[in-house]
Design a protein around this ligand. Structure first.
Ligand code: RNT
Ligand code: ZN
Length: 412
């Protein structure tokens, strides 16, 4: 008997159907961030990364052009199983030679090459206005700026991005999730906490006032607790973003690097599911701060997956990755993180339904024992079967290294 058959029988004893789990997993879409490939730099204005986020490391092979990034995405996607979407930032606009377009004036045509790329591969596209790494970010402020020229510039950027998101949805036939995150905040204690938040609120109202098809574009709003150099005050805090989303009927987005270190996104998902049709996630790995390390198959990633699966919410949660490591091979970083999100989902799909019943009958003893037992059930054999059925290698490292030698090391 092969290992999968054996695993299947072991799981069956727990009342778990591995075939059902494998089938469910292949329909789950993960929106893969493009920005792992070039250290969040983008192509539009050549500014270095700002906004209180940071990439560290200088491993060779960063994608420097749209073509290089597309090549790398192809390589990375070819090693990831399951359904994917491409998640772009506005800073990845592709301008023709000599064209200089401000972010307030970008248009669908600046993303045509991405649409062609996505269509040729049957991918949907998600989108993000880029409110950082740009000369119009003044004093670390964008949509909350007291300077009307600055604030309006970024409002126009937000509106432009809604139009581009709608274009993505129309062209690909797949709805576009457009996530708003602003870095706005203060390093030290502010004198006015209300003013910036009031201006952010007004700016969001203005952006969302343009007509757009809500079945094609899902606008999400991402909160944060602090950024580097912005430690004392963040305009788009959790309370602000949750309240705004609820009021404006948009979708809240939680990034699991954006909370205090002992606060867990896995514990927040159920609450948001009770009050929202859809919710959105940025899956990342914060190490002591919002460091955006590559996602591992760790406790919290599994717990997040469990909350989605066990609450029967696979079709209500937009799952996206958001991490960037420049200290290791970037293709490997991409593939490892995305595979780990999928692994965690499979792990969750392989949990027996009886666990809930044990909780409800207050048999916490059995619950603990069973949960611990399941940790060492032959999960790896089911995962390997999933890869095998999609003709993917378990060992992608060899392929990554070959690509590094052939392509990446030549990028000097
Ligand atoms: C920053 C947010 C945001 C960014 C990306 C690049 O803390 O997590 O989502 O990482 O938009
Ligand atoms: Zn994020």
């Amino acid at each position: 008997m092969n290992r999968y058959q054996e695993a299947k029988e072991i799981y069956a004893k727990y009342g778990v159907d591995t075939e059902q789990a494998l089938n469910a997993l292949k329909d789950v879409c993960v929106s893969v961030h493009c920005w792992q490939g070039d250290d969040v730099i983008g192509f539009d204005c050549g500014e270095s990364l700002s906004g209180g986020i940071q990439t560290t490391g200088n491993y060779p092979g960063r994608a420097r052009t749209a073509q290089e990034l597309m090549d790398d995405i192809d390589k990375a996607f070819s090693l990831m199983p399951g359904k994917k979407k491409l998640n772009l930032h506005a800073s990845y606009a592709i301008f023709s030679d000599g064209e200089a377009v401000g972010r307030d004036k970008i248009e669908p045509k600046h993303f045509k090459a991405w649409v062609d790329f996505a269509k040729a591969r049957g991918l949907g596209i998600d989108f993000n206005p880029t409110f950082f790494s740009h000369p119009m970010v003044k004093d670390n402020l964008t949509l909350s700026s007291p300077n009307e020229t600055v604030r309006k510039y970024w409002v126009e950027h937000g509106k432009a991005c809604i139009r581009i998101s709608e274009y993505f949805a129309e062209e690909t036939g797949i709805p576009c999730v457009m996530n708003i995150w602003i870095p706005d905040g203060y390093k030290d204690i502010p004198a006015d906490r209300l003013g910036p938040r009031a201006r952010f609120k007004k700016s969001l109202d203005e952006i969302l006032s343009i007509p757009y098809d809500k079945s094609k574009v899902y606008v999400t709003l991402e909160s944060k607790v602090f950024g580097i150099g912005l430690e004392s005050y963040t305009v788009g805090s959790a309370e602000f973003c949750l309240s705004y989303s609820a009021n404006a009927h948009i979708t809240p987005l939680m990034d699991n690097g954006h909370y205090h270190p002992t606060e867990m996104v896995s514990d927040k998902i159920s609450s948001l599911l009770l009050f929202n049709d859809k919710i959105a996630l940025h899956v990342t790995r914060p190490v002591r701060w919002d460091s955006d390390h590559v996602v591992l198959f760790d406790d919290e990633t599994r717990e997040i997956a469990k909350e989605i699966v066990r609450n029967d919410a696979l079709d209500r949660v937009f799952i996206a990755t958001d991490y960037f490591d420049a200290s290791i091979n970037r293709i490997s970083a991409w593939v490892t993180g995305v595979r780990n999100v999928q692994k965690a989902l499979l792990f969750a799909l392989l949990q027996p339904a009886c666990l809930k019943e044990l909780q409800d009958s207050a048999d916490m003893t059995s619950l603990m024992v069973l949960q611990e037992e399941l940790k060492t059930a032959p999960f790896g054999d089911v995962w390997n079967e999933y890869l095998l059925r999609q003709n993917l290698p378990v060992d992608y490292l060899r392929e990554v290294k070959a690509y590094e030698e052939k392509v990446l090391v030549n990028r000097k």
